[in-house]
Design a protein around this ligand. Structure first.
Ligand code: UN1
Length: 476
């Protein structure tokens, strides 16, 4: 079946390419049309044309549309989870979890529509009233990555629509299926023509057209540091609002006083679940010397028990890497780590399974230093490095010695160290005795340093990006 782009309320055809299953590269999930630059311009024009009426639409209409979307996603979570697992390669339970999160996000913002509010203040001058309100920012360009094919589009689209914006979505080239299904649901849930537009295809064509358009008022982007920089530069050129979520090199600290089983579960999850393909994954395990050897042997044992196989098979813990080029990047970093002098304590070999897919055994390095490339550059695969440190102070210094600052974690039973780490970790999100990845949907998401730019996503904090403030004065 050919899946087409949605432009101005019409399904528009175009040159299509196949969406391939990374667990079985012989399997085609479907054909997905590529939008041209002209299609993208039309989508932007449609979003612009529908802005005035959508931004003034009755709040019950917006509420109903978002609620209906959430309801359909949850009713179809098994089927949508299966599609997501097939196109991205995370396991089916992880995929169903992600689909559930997408539904919850639509529910949350359906509620927010009914809670829109402003402020009314007396002026410092007599007989004058001041109203502070939030208005939509306008046409929002949404550029999403392949690793969360439905949750990230959801957490950008839901607030954008709730606050009265119109959108043009450009999903990652590798995973158009989940985004298409989501847009189909929104369309049938009553999104008026032009309010929600889908333009699948290449970054160099579709993404670039969004960046170059003076009619795109805001761009929200999740993806690589390199592309994020291009979004930033183009947006400054147009004096346009932008928000970036990019890489991570997230530290997970394990102290001598940690509960070992809590530390192992959190580390295994942080570094290897979802095949390590999360910007919130931890690839630096910073371990104090008193627990170091016990930690390494217990984690290796845990990894031994993890099944790497087809994402759809019951019992699979880790699905395939998303595609051939990501697999090459992971393998290259494993070579780099070895050549830098780190010790490959577990895994790291390519695996063969029943079907042809991009299977890689999780790789655990030990004897790594924080100066090595494997400890400084984002790998985005199931590869982690243990860095041995003397004590908490050194652990904190190493944790913060990175250009990134998305999430961080610590395993400890010490209230003093947990409290100090929460306060002093240079990251947007800090986890105590929990994995660095796997966040709630109703609270702010975002990082510091090279990881993020702009205001936070998710929860009530999303309003900051998707609205612009108006201050009105009235003489009584
Ligand atoms: C999570 O860890 O639950 O691209 C979410 C990413 C992040 C999302 C992580 N933006 O990996």
């Amino acid at each position: 079946m050919l899946h087409r782009n949605l432009i101005a309320g019409e399904w528009v055809s175009g040159h299509a390419s196949a969406n391939i299953n990374p667990s079985n590269t012989n399997e085609v999930i479907g054909e997905y049309a590529h939008a041209s630059a002209e299609d993208t311009k039309q989508a932007i024009a449609a979003a612009k044309a529908s802005l005035a009426s959508w931004s003034r639409s009755p709040i019950l209409e917006r509420h109903a549309m978002l609620k209906k979307t959430g309801d359909e996603i949850i009713a179809r979570k098994e089927e949508l989870g299966r599609l997501l697992a097939r196109e991205e390669g995370k396991t089916q339970p992880e995929a169903i979890g992600e689909v559930t999160r997408a539904a919850q996000i639509f529910d949350f913002f359906a509620g927010e529509v009914l809670r829109l509010s402003g402020e009314m203040l007396p002026s410092v001058r007599p007989n004058i009233g001041v109203e502070i309100t939030r208005e939509p920012v306008g046409v929002v360009g949404i550029i999403t990555p392949w690793n969360f094919p439905i949750a990230i589009p959801a957490w950008k689209i839901a607030p954008a629509l709730a606050y009265g914006n119109t959108i043009v979505l450009k999903p990652a080239d590798l995973v158009p299926g989940s985004a298409w299904a989501l847009v189909d649901i929104l369309h049938r849930a009553g999104a008026p023509a032009g309010v929600v537009n889908l333009v699948m295809g290449r970054g160099s064509i579709v993404g670039q057209t969004l960046l170059d358009s003076p009619d795109v008022n805001a761009i929200t982007f999740t993806g690589s540091v390199g592309t994020g920089k291009r979004v930033a530069l183009a947006s400054v050129e147009h004096n346009r609002k932008f928000q970036l979520e990019m890489g991570g090199k997230n530290p997970f600290v394990v102290l001598d006083d940690a509960d070992l089983s809590v530390a192992i579960e959190a580390a295994a999850n942080s570094s290897f679940f979802s095949t390590g393909q999360r910007c919130t994954a931890s690839s630096r395990l910073i371990v104090t010397e008193g627990i170091h050897d016990r930690f390494v042997s217990a984690l290796s044992e845990r990894l031994e028990g993890l099944v790497v196989d087809d994402a759809l098979k019951a019992g699979t813990h880790i699905g395939p890497v998303v595609d051939a080029s990501q697999l090459k990047q992971d393998a290259d970093y494993i070579d780099i780590g070895r050549n830098e002098g780190a010790k490959l304590a577990f895994g790291g070999t390519r695996l063969e399974r029943e079907t042809p897919g991009f299977y890689l055994q999780p790789a655990l390095f030990t004897e790594a230093t924080n100066q090595m490339r494997i400890a400084r550059e984002e790998i985005f695969g199931p590869v982690a490095a243990v860095i041995r440190v003397k004590d908490y102070d050194e652990a904190l210094a190493v944790a913060n010695d990175t250009t990134f600052g998305l999430s961080s974690g610590i395993a400890t039973t010490s209230l003093k160290h947990a409290t100090h780490f929460k306060r002093n970790s240079e990251a947007g999100m800090v986890m105590v005795n929990l994995p660095t990845a796997g966040v709630d949907f109703h609270v702010p998401f975002g990082g510091r340093k090279r990881s993020s730019y702009g205001s936070r996503e998710q929860g009530r904090y999303a309003a900051e990006f998707y609205t612009t403030v108006k201050t009105a004065y009235t003489l009584a």
